[in-house]
Design a protein around this ligand. Sequence first.
Ligand SMILES: Cc1cc2nc3c(=O)[nH]c(=O)nc-3n(C[C@H](O)[C@H](O)[C@H](O)COP(=O)(O)O)c2cc1C
Length: 203
Amino acid sequence: MNWLNFLGKSKKAKSEPDNQQTKQLGSLKDAAGCLIMPKPKIANYREFLILGYDGNQRRIYASDEEVMFPDGCLITSKTDLNGVITHANESFVTMSGWQRQEIISQTHNVLRHPDMPSAVFEEMWATIKKGEKWHGYMKNLRKDSSFYWVYATVIPNIRHDVFMGYTSVRRKPSREKIIQAEQLYQTMLSEEKNQTDRLIRIN
Ligand SMILES: Cc1cc2nc3c(=O)[nH]c(=O)nc-3n(C[C@H](O)[C@H](O)[C@H](O)COP(=O)(O)O)c2cc1C
């Protein structure tokens, strides 16, 4: 299957979950200002070192626990031109597990799951930098090492011919599409392992 054609349809979302509060707590960052992911409290998880394009290295943990995308919910965020998050809605905060003040000024790399092939993001960036809309399926990593699947639309914000940044709107994907994406991404990932790897498995 050509993954570029692997696009699904989604139903219009109704509303965000309510009664979600963002706690005003401090966050742990390393010397480079990257968020430090807490070690999971559960026994079974995979540990990786992930090297960002900016040269920063983060330790991440991924467990097999899935958190379901709530029905009728939209997860939205906005970035500047460099992909630095300037806005995240309450659903983003709730689903990512990070607090708002932790993720604002970070990049979405904080959501990068080790099961996601780099090629998906490369194609996404190439598309949006041309000023075009991109759609695709993403497995996102939560702060507690669990994950959630989204069907994401990433839109370049262009006002009066000036590139302002990007907006992403994420909807609930169907289980059928998630299964297809999982299979496709596993194949892509195994092919990528032969190339320069920015993802090092520790355990
Ligand atoms: C508006 C916008 C939304 C994004 N949403 C996600 C997301 O939900 N999950 C994700 O892993 N990456 C997302 N990205 C891509 C990340 O910035 C990053 O490219 C990706 O996590 C891969 O990390 P890497 O570029 O360091 O390899 C988004 C980027 C933009 C501009």
